[in-house]
Ligand binder design. Structure first.
Ligand SMILES: *[C@@H]1O[C@H](CO)[C@@H](O)[C@H](O)[C@H]1NC(C)=O
Ligand SMILES: *[C@@H]1O[C@H](CO)[C@@H](O)[C@H](O)[C@H]1NC(C)=O
Ligand SMILES: *[C@@H]1O[C@H](CO)[C@@H](O)[C@H](O)[C@H]1NC(C)=O
Ligand SMILES: *[C@@H]1O[C@H](CO)[C@@H](O)[C@H](O)[C@H]1NC(C)=O
Length: 616
């Protein structure tokens, strides 16, 4: 590829940097992916994917060129390191690769390929709405997509909340992730309900919609009757092997309607159901089975097709164009009782396709409405199904309620949501053994539960939120989340000893306390607890005002205070974390109408655009 020719001197630097950047972009993209993997739950991967698109669109070819009219020279940088550089009568030009690393910058070639932009932060600085409603949309969480994060193994078919594999290969419940899943869906529900009426299709009402598979050894019986409680119901008796299609209903072809919901009553653990879906891109048929099996704790796994050949079990070659995955569906209700199933099949297909045993980091499959068409819903074993199969676009309310219920039902005696896996930070200098609590989980949990209390008008959620306060009063050394930094109280995202004082987790915990402090109750016991939340919040705000300057480098921010607590180098915040700091600080500055906090946030925004504090 030839270099562009420019007449104007002004453009020389652009041209050169553009060439250098094209040369480098592929490197940049791969390092970006690795970075995403080590993050906590506070970042929104959707935003990062958008950024990546911008870069990959320009990273097509390798170009070697140099500024016209310049000559290559020998330069050194930073204590004698030899370096290529170019020189003309006016200036000296260093490679962007060097500038980028040395000054923590990023570069981007314009869409038409003829301009180049050098900028400081790769993350966009956003600020929240000035008026925060503690029962409304939660920050910018409506743009979150918890279910497509690669560390989310699946949305459990047992509890309907996400399970994580970030710090352990065996899927586990990570309370922060679950709360974010709830807040994401609540926020979307709040935004969308303003405009949209969810379209919905109801299937299976007529008995002739219920087809029965008839194999060599299998019969499928369907008995239609009127149930006193449920109305029209079909009683199904079909062979329980997953190879059997059972009794099934064809689903609506509209790719927008990827959520399936129905009431069923399995009579025993041999009952199962399967959604057959077809990928738009390559016509691959994906069977998603929901079975009463723990699946060795795997959450979702691929079914091997086994058959008997004489005495040996042999693996059947995979049927062409078809894959089969199972989700563990251990109902919360005993057999012989009705329950409602609601699944977003688009999400379940994506998590299934991402779930290979030896999957690599970039095997994460993200699907969008339009990518998958539902074909049929089939049932096996002994069971009854209400003749009303819903197909919808979204399941925000269900996802929100599932998260709130999980939080209300899985609180330990201390009022906490313990994390069941070890967490180590600072090169294992600080290790939290399994069972640790996080102020961020407590705060996020409260933000979900206060909303659930008001939305469903159910006190179990309020009681759970109030119980979550206890750990804010318990020292980190005693299993709580409270720490002190030179006499200032801090709520720890990672309550290590010594403390780590992570800023963003602390700020999220304050927002949880704020949400609770704004509730009103007629019950005096509740009110005294709500008063406690108010006090914990004010104490936290005092500390924030005292300690905030310690997170300010004059050109960026610091993620935690390990440099003080451990005497290590400061843990500078990546630009996407810096953006989180800015957003949260503005959020709290708005709540407090506080000038110091607001001005600090404004200065931090400036850092993202290359402004720096003045020298002495
Ligand atoms: C709702 O509709 C209004 C007016 O058409 C539009 O400005 C707004 O962005 C919409 N909101 C959402 C969440 O789609
Ligand atoms: C439905 O099937 C179950 C189990 O096979 C059976 O116990 C029940 O009596 C059936 N109900 C009706 C109305 O036939
Ligand atoms: C499934 O069916 C088999 C054969 O009918 C029976 O032995 C077994 O107990 C059933 N399993 C469950 C979990 O009900
Ligand atoms: C908690 O820690 C603070 C100092 O960090 C100490 O003063 C206080 O006594 C501790 N509380 C308990 C219950 O141990």
């Amino acid at each position: 590829m030839k270099c562009w020719r420019w007449r104007s001197n002004r453009h020389r630097i652009y041209l050169f940097t553009a060439c250098a950047v094209l040369f480098l972009l592929s490197k940049y993209i791969s390092s970006e992916k690795e970075r995403v993997d080590e993050e906590d739950e506070e970042l929104n991967p959707v935003a990062l994917q958008e950024e990546e698109k911008v870069f990959s669109a320009t990273a097509e070819s390798k170009i070697e060129c140099e500024p016209p009219g310049s000559i290559e020279s020998k330069c050194t940088a930073d204590n004698g390191k030899p370096m290529r550089c170019w020189k003309d009568e006016e200036d000296v030009y260093f490679p962007v690769s060097y500038l980028k690393k040395r000054f923590d910058m990023t570069g981007r070639v314009g869409k038409d390929g003829s301009t180049f932009e050098l900028f400081t932060s790769y993350a966009k600085m956003r600020t929240p709405d000035a008026n925060y409603d503690p029962l409304g949309v939660f920050g910018h969480f409506s743009t979150y997509s918890v279910e497509t994060r690669d560390r989310v193994r699946c949305i459990s078919a047992k509890t309907n909340v996400p399970m994580s594999t970030q710090w352990d290969p065996v899927p586990y419940y990570y309370p922060i992730q679950i709360a974010q899943y709830g807040l994401q869906h609540y926020s979307r529900m709040k935004l969308e309900s303003l405009n949209k009426t969810d379209s919905e299709v109801i299937l299976g009402v007529k008995s002739n919609e219920w087809k029965g598979a008839a194999g060599m050894h299998e019969t499928t019986e369907r008995l239609f009757f009127n149930d006193e409680e449920k109305g029209k119901v079909v009683n199904i008796s079909a062979g329980y092997s997953l190879a059997n299609a059972g009794a099934y209903v064809y689903l609506d072809k509209s790719t927008d309607l990827h959520v399936v919901s129905f009431d069923w009553k399995p009579y025993d653990g041999n009952a199962s159901f399967t959604v057959l879906a077809k990928m738009k891109q390559d016509d691959l048929l994906v069977l998603i089975n929901y079975v009463f099996s723990e699946g060795n704790g795997k959450c979702v796994w691929q079914e091997e097709e086994k058959s008997f050949d004489d005495e040996f079990i042999v693996q059947k070659p995979k049927k062409d164009g078809q894959v089969s995955y199972s989700y563990s569906y251990i109902g919360s209700k005993p057999f012989g009782e009705w329950s409602t199933v609601t699944r977003d099949i688009l999400v379940d297909v994506a998590r299934a396709l991402s779930s290979g045993e030896n999957r690599k980091k970039d095997d994460n499959v993200v699907l969008h409405p339009g990518d998958v068409r539902l074909v049929s819903l089939g049932f096996r074993g002994q069971l009854a199904v209400k003749q009303q199969i819903f197909q919808r676009e979204e399941q925000h309310l269900h996802a929100f309620k599932s998260a709130a219920d999980w939080l209300a039902e899985n609180q330990d005696v201390k009022g906490g949501w313990a994390v069941p896996v070890e967490r180590s930070i600072a090169d294992r200098k600080l290790v939290l053994p399994p069972g640790w609590h996080s102020a961020m989980a407590q705060g996020h949990g409260i933000s979900v539960l206060t909303r659930a209390f008001k939305h469903f008008d159910d006190e179990k959620y309020l009681n759970s939120a109030l119980k979550a306060l206890e750990l804010f009063k318990t020292n980190a050394s005693d299993g709580g989340v409270r720490a002190e930094f030179f006499g200032n109280v801090w709520y720890e995202e990672y309550p290590t000893t010594p403390g780590s004082f992570v800023l963003n987790g602390f700020l999220y915990s304050l927002i949880g306390l704020y949400d609770l402090s704004k509730l009103e109750s007629l019950n005096s016991e509740h009110n005294s607890k709500i008063q406690e939340a108010k006090e914990l919040y004010s104490t936290g705000i005092q500390s924030l005002k005292q300690l905030l300057p310690l997170y300010d480098t004059g050109s960026g921010t610091i993620y935690d205070l390990r440099h003080v607590a451990l005497g290590s180098a400061p843990n500078l915040a990546r630009w996407d974390y810096h953006a989180v700091h800015v957003y949260l600080l503005k959020w709290i500055a708005n709540l407090e109408k506080d000038d110091f906090l607001s001005k600090t946030a404004d200065r931090w925004i400036g850092y993202a655009y290359g402004k720096r504090a003045k020298h002495n």
